[in-house]
Design a protein around this ligand. Structure first.
Ligand SMILES: [Zn+2]
Length: 102
């Protein structure tokens, strides 16, 4: 989960205000207006199909990304690979858990 800030239109305030924006992976999870506190949640049921597609896309694009990183720093990348692979399932499980537990 990551939280960022963005200027979004708030229906309650009737203008563009600063919003807290939370993501699960790369997908929007919820937004909260920092002026009036109105929050809009994207329901897990609505999120899961989009999340599954996003995940599929990320996994499919992985060989290309790995190759680019390896070209930049072959030795460092090779050394970091086992740990990076070992972390993946935990990272994915955490993202999915973040969506489902609510
Ligand atoms: Zn507002």
């Amino acid at each position: 989960m990551s939280t960022e800030h963005a200027d979004l239109a708030c229906e309650t305030c009737g203008r563009t205000t600063d919003h807290e924006v939370r993501y699960a992976g790369r997908l929007l999870e919820w937004t909260r207006c920092t002026v009036c506190g109105t929050h809009v949640e994207v329901t897990p049921r609505a999120m899961l199909p989009a999340y599954a597609r996003d995940l599929e896309q990320r996994l499919a694009s992985k060989p290309g990304r790995m190759w680019r990183r390896w070209r930049r720093d072959p030795l460092g990348y090779t050394r970091s690979l086992p740990a990076a692979i070992a972390r993946q399932p935990v990272k994915l499980a955490r993202e999915v858990w973040g969506l489902v537990r609510r």
